[in-house]
Design a protein around this ligand. Structure first.
Ligand SMILES: [Zn+2]
Length: 372
């Protein structure tokens, strides 16, 4: 059956780049796009009006936590004054032993909501940097049923974060927990990489640069090479992390990751805001943005999250000019024009993926990155 989507703004690929068509049209038949661009004069069995809407390739959301992004953190954005730009610690650093894990049905509802929310915003490829909290089979089944394309595996770390009785943040190191977490993640990838009709792909997720010891990060990168999968970690995400890495290694988080061989074209850095480029870091020595670019790493920026804290990348254009691949997350929540959002290049490993499953993503075999 041939379906015609007409009347909207259409972002189409002309073989070398993307173009925006006003009053454009997209035609698909079964799982193939047969036309994307200007008016379509041929026959169609079904016509859908997209007037006032954007019709584009499926977006790639480079930073999703399916185990956490549907929580109540919007209520906690003020965080605590001494958590300087580390608002997530408000819910990720409980009194030790006091946080009860959510029941399985809550976990299932949470991950379903997060996936659906991302799809609703136009993302058909999800990089899940914080998911798979138990019930792996259920997770894989959900990915299959929703038709979403996912990169991920269970995140892990060996320095858990807690708050003491006086409300102070502290890190609790247990190397065995980290090693076991890495083993679990490797087992997940060995079991499920290529599942959901090839739409679920493995990716290792050591949680944050300061919650993982250097031996754990090195072991993770080695495992990623053996498995031939990309790797993600949060770095340059907040000032507490920046300062802790400076104190432990006498270098910035980005430089530290570069020096241990973590950064390359298979590495995605969550946020990368607090670098030598950001004035709040007060550390003008070296050039982290250039380091990211030279290593070929990708930055998954999250402008909406940071906008809530009145923080921006410094600057998005500077990152683009320097060369590290970087994308804002959640493009539909910003005013960035879609044409610009789709002009970037996706991570090489994501670009290798074939068509996304939803209508918006099915007409271009390599889903374009998004910003949201
Ligand atoms: Zn994150």
């Amino acid at each position: 059956m041939r379906t015609l989507i007409e009347g909207g703004w259409v972002v189409a690929f002309n073989g070398t780049g993307h173009e925006v068509y006003e009053q454009g049209s997209v035609v698909y038949e079964d799982d193939r796009i047969v036309h994307a661009g200007g008016p379509y004069a041929g026959a169609a069995d079904t016509r859908l009006s997209a007037r006032g809407k954007l019709v584009s390739p499926g977006f790639i959301n480079t930073h999703v936590h399916t185990a956490g992004n549907a929580g109540d953190y919007l209520l906690l954005d003020m965080a605590k004054n001494d958590y300087r730009t580390s608002n997530y610690m408000s819910f990720a650093a409980p009194l030790k032993g006091k946080l009860t894990p959510p029941p399985p049905e809550a976990v299932a509802a949470l991950r379903t909501f997060v996936f659906l929310h991302a799809l609703k915003l136009g993302a058909t490829t999800i990089i899940d940097v914080g998911g798979q909290r138990g019930d792996w089979e259920g997770y894989v089944r959900l990915v299959d049923e929703l038709g979403v394309r996912v990169y991920g595996s269970p995140p892990f770390r060996d320095r858990n974060t807690f708050t003491d009785a006086q409300g102070r943040l502290y890190y609790d190191h247990d190397a065995s927990v980290g090693i076991q977490g890495l083993k679990d993640a490797v087992a997940f990838i060995r079991a499920y990489d290529g599942a959901a009709q090839g739409r679920l792909r493995g990716m290792l997720n050591p949680s944050q640069v300061e919650t993982c010891s250097e031996p754990l990060l090195r072991a993770c990168k080695e495992a990623a090479r053996e498995l031939d999968v990309p790797v993600h970690t949060h770095a340059g995400g907040n000032l507490i992390e920046f300062q802790r890495i400076m104190e432990e290694y006498r270098k910035t988080p980005i430089q530290f990751l570069a020096d241990i061989g973590f950064l390359d074209d298979r590495a995605l850095i969550g946020h990368g805001v607090f670098t030598t480029a950001h004035p709040w870091s007060h550390y003008p020595f070296g050039d982290d943005v250039r380091v990211l670019a030279e290593r070929g790493a990708t930055v998954g920026h999250c402008p909406y999250k940071y906008a809530k804290m009145a923080i921006t990348l410094n600057s998005f254009q500077r990152y683009l000019d320097a060369g590290p691949r970087s994308w804002p997350r959640s493009p539909t929540r910003t005013i960035r024009p879609a044409s610009r959002a789709t002009s970037s290049t996706p991570p090489p490993w994501a670009a290798a993926s074939s068509c996304a499953a939803t209508t918006s993503g099915a007409w271009h075999r390599a889903p374009r990155p998004t910003s949201c």
